[in-house]
Structure formats: C-alpha cells, structure tokens
Design a protein around this ligand. Sequence first.
Ligand code: NDP
Ligand code: OXD
Length: 316
Amino acid sequence: MALLLDINFDGRNKFGEFHKEMPDERVIHWQKEKDHNPDLSSVRYAVVWKPQPGLLASLPDLRVIFSAGAGVDHIFEDPKLPKDIPLVRFVDPDLTNRMSEWVVLQCLMHLRQQRKYDRNQFKHHWQELDQPIASDVRIGMMGLGELGCNAAEKLNVMGFQVNGWSRSKKYVEGVQCFSGEGGFDAFLGQSDILVCLLPLTDRTTGILNAGLIKRLPQNGAIRPVIINAGRGGSQVEADIIEALQNGMLGGVSLDVFETEPLADDSPLWDFENAIITPHVAATSNISALAKYVAGQITRYESTGKLNNLVDMARGY
Ligand code: NDP
Ligand code: OXD
C-alpha cells in the first residue's frame, strides 16, 4: 500500500515526517517523482494541498483523500475530483491556537490603534490617542467552527462583546449566536470588528462586499473593521479598497486574497490602516499533519471510521 503526497508548501519539504510516522508504507512525493512516472496502482491514501487536476481521479485504489490544510476549497477546484471518496480535512490544536493568536492580535491592533502609534514612533511624536475599552467593542465572528469558536472564546476572555454567525444554530458560552440568512442583518448591525473565518463555498464567495460594509454599524466605539483569515474569495477587494478610501471602513486585517500572492501594485499594501499578512495566520505544521494522517489511517484500517470528514454537498 502507498501514500501519495502532493503538498508543495513553499519551501517546507519536510516530507521525511511522513516516512517517520509510517515507516512501513511507500511514500510517493509527487512533486519530486512525477517526471519518473511512479507506479500509482497501490496508492490508497493521498495528502494534498492544491492537487494536480485529474491526479486523484487517476488513482485506481484510492480510499481516502486528506487535505493538508483546514480548508478544502483548493481541492474542489479539481474538476475531476472523485466525490465518492471520503475527504478529510486537517483539524489540529496547534493550528487552531495559531489562528486564535492571529485573530486576537489583529483585534487588539485595531482596538489599541497600534498602527498610529507605530507611525508616531517613527516620527518621534509623543501623542496619547483616545482609547475605547474592549467591553465597548462588539466583535462579529463569521463562522463558528473549529477556528471561529476558539477565537471567539479567547476574544471573550479579552473582554470584548462577542457575537457569532454560522449556517446552523450554535451555542457557545459567552457568545451571542446568530445563524442563517435570517440572523445575518442583526449580526452585522452589531459588528464593530467583523472577523471572517468562513470556508469558501458558493454561498460565501464574495460575501465581504459593499452591501455588507453598508450594514456595519457606523456609530460604534470604533470605525468598522474587517478581519479576514478565511479565504480571499470571500472578499471583494475593490469594494474594500473603496470603503477604506471613503472612510466606511476604519481598517482591515487581511491574511487571504482574491489572488495570492497579492499583486505588487494592489492598493491594499499602502493603506495606513490595512494590515496585510501573506496567508500565514495558521500554517499547517508538517509533523503534526503527518501524525494526524498516520493516526487516521490506522483507525480507518481497523474500524473503517474517519474524523473530520468534509460534507461533499456543503463543500466544507
Ligand atoms: P469549520 O468547517 O470547522 O467551520 C466553518 C464555519 O463556517 C461553521 O461554523 C459553518 O457553519 C460556517 N459556515 C459555513 N458556510 C456558512 C454559510 N453559508 N453561512 C454561515 N456560516 C457558514 O472550519 P474551520 O473553522 O476549521 O476553518 C474555517 C476556514 O478557515 C477554512 O475553511 C479555511 O478556509 C480557513 N483557514 C485559513 C487559514 C489561514 O492561515 N488563513 C488556516 C486554516 C483555515 P455550521 O457550523 O453551521 O456548519
Ligand atoms: C488552511 C490554510 O486551510 O492554511 O489550513 O489556509
């Protein structure tokens, strides 16, 4: 039996981790071996990030596909994705913690106006700015899944008022939960800082747009802020740029973009109140991923069961 890896993470080729966790399996590094036409007939499992289109469909004995990340939209981009094969996504406590660190950091950067203090520091300018308190600021968490729930709970501990929005109704301690289309307006109307941790699906594509920005409160303790670490396809960058220019948005923190890497000439780089990071909010740790995949395979081989399965119809 063989495991196929098609995870061309930038420069982080720590594939030895998979050999270490599964010493008895043949591990095929697709990116390294593809030119030599390796025998794929015994591949039962594949771990992929942005798989080569058609590759998964060409594996005759494939049993399970593992996403190397928490998101799976990049896998659905393969027009020949075999949808009858179970797809498992990566859920990992370190990844969850990293995302919460990034989200809490961004919320605090905007609450404490750290960008303005940075600019003043470089100008050697001593000036105290108005300081709203966290409990006056309402955070709206779009997505109350593995990542959204954890970040919401941590923001709650920081003293923010936290609201959450999901597809189905959720109960999260200390978080006022809204759901579905019916709850969306009320949720947005109470989001001074809107955080997006949604997966990219047909329903969430372009959701962060001018119409949504208009529904954010303009009378809150701070000017409306959008923070997105879900997927870039959920944001309409032209609308965000316009809202930063006309003051409808007081700031943004973006880790993901419509096109990655973000183009050199994107105006988003140059706003004083835009914090840009290069899709690093919660990077998968390869050794944790290898352990996770090995554990799931062992369990699957003995019980036929898998955790964190993607619902193919919902798309996440
Ligand atoms: P989950 O699947 O655990 O949670 C997704 C949440 O989004 C759920 O609460 C779900 O609702 C909600 N949701 C989905 N569709 C809708 C909709 N149409 N309307 C309202 N709510 C919706 O995912 P994770 O929390 O693990 O991850 C979220 C995303 O974060 C990933 O898909 C990925 O795109 C992104 N990500 C980004 C990283 C980065 O470094 N920037 C790193 C890791 C992940 P319900 O609970 O009702 O199903
Ligand atoms: C993920 C990501 O989905 O890193 O895990 O974006």
